[in-house]
Design a protein around this ligand. Structure first.
Ligand SMILES: [Zn+2]
Length: 320
């Protein structure tokens, strides 16, 4: 799958060289705060003794999507990256500003809309710039960890780029409960990487500012599946029984009226056409409007916000 031109003979990140068989923690400098404090992004590099593909595992591109940070923390703590072949680059928190302020953004800007970035741009743009120059330049593919935002909880799912065969294959190997193609967003990390022939799969699990044990476990298992399947940790490629459901179409069911939202089903559940998934009620006990499934589908995200406006996204459903 990633056979030619291996980049891990000598990985170079911001002037630091990491040869075959070496491990290093590098602090990638991106800016200086008004207080004079130098802002650095920790980057762990695990280079195996043999030539092979280089995978980037990235968390916290959106600073409040803490499941991504926690699942990477656990993998580091459990010494998951005993890499024999190829190289794994791990960025536990790309947007450290957002992480500190429980925010998706960097000073009001979404770093994932500023790729490939600009050295003299905003802080978000500079994070994107140093990431592109120092990290993305070394990789063959990436797994980018995210969660739903705005109190929307995503059931564990992998998104890959339309028409990307390698992306589709990686999604299959990762084996999250759901997987599907999704369009590229302008100036996102995934789009810029795609232009350079680097497939990025995006894991979405849980919601921002909330740890979700199941989403964390599925994310860790997915990385283990890739490590094993592509030979990073030296095992023979096993036969991973693919249980992931490939979704062909998706849609959001939106609030027909403003009010209080009550879901009566669980995320991930399969539903039948016309089945009631939940209700939107007024706030004074006068009426209740059912939300029905328009088709047979799976629920892949639920809005956990109780107070909703007309048109707000309530359920994300997908069909095979
Ligand atoms: Zn995100």
């Amino acid at each position: 799958m990633f056979k030619a031109n291996h980049k891990n003979e000598s990985v170079e990140i911001a002037g630091h060289k990491i040869g075959l068989g070496e491990q290093k923690l590098i602090h990638l400098e991106v800016d200086r705060l008004p207080t004079g404090l130098l802002v650095k992004i920790p980057v762990f590099v695990f280079n195996g003794t043999k030539l092979g593909p280089t995978m980037l595992i990235q968390g916290g591109l959106h600073g409040d999507e803490v499941n991504s940070v926690e699942l990477i923390r656990r993998m580091l703590a459990e010494n998951t990256f005993k890499i024999v072949k190829g190289c794994v680059i791990v960025v536990p928190i790309l947007n450290i500003f957002g992480f500190l302020s429980s925010s998706r953004e960097v000073s009001g800007k979404d770093a994932n809309r500023y790729f490939p970035g600009n050295k003299n741009g905003s802080l978000a743009s500079r994070i994107a710039y140093y990431h592109t120059k120092a990290i993305a330049a070394n990789i063959d593919f990436a797994v980018d960890f995210h969660t739903g935002g705005d109190q929307r909880c995503n059931f564990p799912q992998i998104r890959y780029t339309q028409g990307s065969q390698k992306g589709a294959k990686l999604a299959e190997i990762f084996n999250a409960p759901f997987r599907f193609e999704s369009k590229l967003i302008d100036k996102s990390f995934r789009k810029v990487a795609h232009k350079h022939g680097i497939p990025v799969i995006v894991y979405e699990g849980g919601e921002s500012n909330r740890l979700d044990e199941y989403a964390i476990e599925v994310g860790i298992q997915g990385i283990n599946n890739i490590l094993i399947h592509l030979g990073f940790i030296g095992n023979k490629a096993p036969t991973i029984k693919n249980t992931s459901v490939l979704l062909k179409k998706r849609q959001w069911l939106r609030a027909p009226i403003a009010g209080l939202f009550h879901s009566i089903l669980k995320n991930g559940q399969q539903v039948q056409k016309n089945q009631i998934l939940g209700y939107v009620t007024d706030t004074y006990g006068r009426f209740s409007t059912p939300i029905k499934a328009p088709i047979n589908a799976y629920i892949i995200a639920i809005n956990n916000s109780p107070v909703i406006k007309r048109g707000d996204a309530l359920f994300h459903i997908g069909t095979v």
